[in-house]
Design a protein around this ligand. Structure first.
Ligand code: FES
Length: 125
């Protein structure tokens, strides 16, 4: 039988809270949705799990659909870096034409305790 020390459980909960990341999704129409995401999950997974409109993620994150296209806000660009070669190729096939700040959100994994801001395009298919 395991006995949970309430003080330890409380400290564990506090530690988990400190590591949660925040993702701000701005839709093409200006609607803003803010979601707490788990470190290690992608921006696409976080959106799909929470029903955020504007991101489909049809292939589940295997870099074969480009339905998770987002525009990364200026304040988030340094945090997410640049796309890899395959992602860069896939960005040429997005429904809405790519821009300098385009990324596939399945390739952006949340780091602990960070804040991300992305804008979703008007269409993904
Ligand atoms: S979910 Fe398919 S490429 Fe990102």
């Amino acid at each position: 039988m395991t006995i949970t020390d309430p003080m330890t459980a409380s400290a564990d909960a506090a530690n988990q809270e400190q590591t949660v990341s925040r993702v701000v999704y701005t839709a093409d129409d200006g609607t803003v949705t803010e979601i707490d995401g788990r470190p290690g999950d992608s921006i696409m997974e976080t959106a799909v799990r929470n029903g955020v409109p504007g991101i489909i993620g049809e292939c589940g994150g295997s870099l074969s659909c480009a339905t998770c296209h987002v525009f990364v806000a200026a304040e988030t660009l340094a945090l997410v870096g640049t796309p890899g070669d395959l992602e860069d190729e896939m960005l040429d096939g997005t429904a809405v034409e790519r821009e300098e700040n385009s990324r596939l959100s399945c390739q952006i994994k949340l780091q602990s305790g960070c804040r991300y801001h992305v804008t979703t395009p008007s269409e993904q298919i």
